[in-house]
Design a protein around this ligand. Sequence first.
Ligand SMILES: [Zn+2]
Length: 392
Amino acid sequence: MPAKYIAISFILVLSLSMLNPVNADEIEDEVAQESILNCEGINSLEFDGLAANQSVTFQVGLGPRLPGSNASSALLDSFIENNTAWNWTLDKHPYLDTNLTNLHGVYTPESNETDLPVVVLAAHYDSRDRAERDDDENRTDEPIPGANDGASGVAVLSELARIVPSLGLEHEVWILLTDAEDQGVVPEMLGAKAWAQDRTQEEIDSIHAFLLVDMIGDADLQINRVYPPKVGLSETDRLWDSVEGLASSLGLVKDVAACDGSLGTDIVNVNVLDGVIDDHVPMLEVGIPAIDLIDIRFGPNATKWGGYWHTHEDTPDKVSAESLTHVGHILELGLRQGSWLMDENDTLNEDTDNESKQSTQLSIVYSIIAFTFIGASLLTFGILHGSVRFKR
Ligand SMILES: [Zn+2]
């Protein structure tokens, strides 16, 4: 009889000792890593949605921003005047009987390094020359106000142009305002195409991210992943991963706890795909990693490419300071955290690989422990009930 109790004690001690290799700290670490948010810099965000909203009103007040128009040059002039820390270039190309003009700005931080990486922030600033989707058939050939489709993207970039010089970045930021994105029967992105074609291979290689914002002022904001990536699939995935992480931190992903502890709302969902041909596509075609932050459902309950889009209803009252802030914060926080740069993200990817390896190893250890416990319990049960006996 004593042998039975010795055997039970031995089995229990053996199975408990199997627990030692995995300590509780490691398990807690594993759980913490799964849910960790990068909150660095989140309390320093400066983006001012009200100022951005005022920019929308100002731009629409200039009148239709058609290529070659006075409204267009007034808009570009004010953008340049307000941001003196940048080097601005007006980039002109023949368009119909006039020119289209892209505005290209470069912010270079003080640095001893040459060949700094580049993050490009882009938006089209022209407004559409027609309203083909308007209910009033007599007015479909009149230019639209373009508060959301045009002015909202520029408004976000105008705030970022103000903020970027104070961020202490170690890379260049370029701002590109494209012209002639939205003109003609089928919008042809002529400004973006001309700009992409003019880039040298050296410039293309230096661009870590081309971040386009378009139609992001809708009070009912919903941003999804945009395809086709055409080329650079893994690079665009990297940028969408960054968008998702930043949006999570900011409380813009449904039911994901944000840095302030609140549960996120459904503003950014990169698991939904929308097909969009916009100024990011000419960039992808020359090998620049590019994504488009865009809401293609403009207005409450709007369907894809529905609502106020390309109608005379695209007015400043449909644009909200809050939505501009959401998008501005994603871009600003990304700059502050270095989320748009390639190297840092590559390192993060390696970390993720290591994490998943570690977690596989942990799973194996847990399985062994579980099996040992089950075996030990069955054996103990057997001994106590006499169905397993030890030789004396
Ligand atoms: Zn448009």
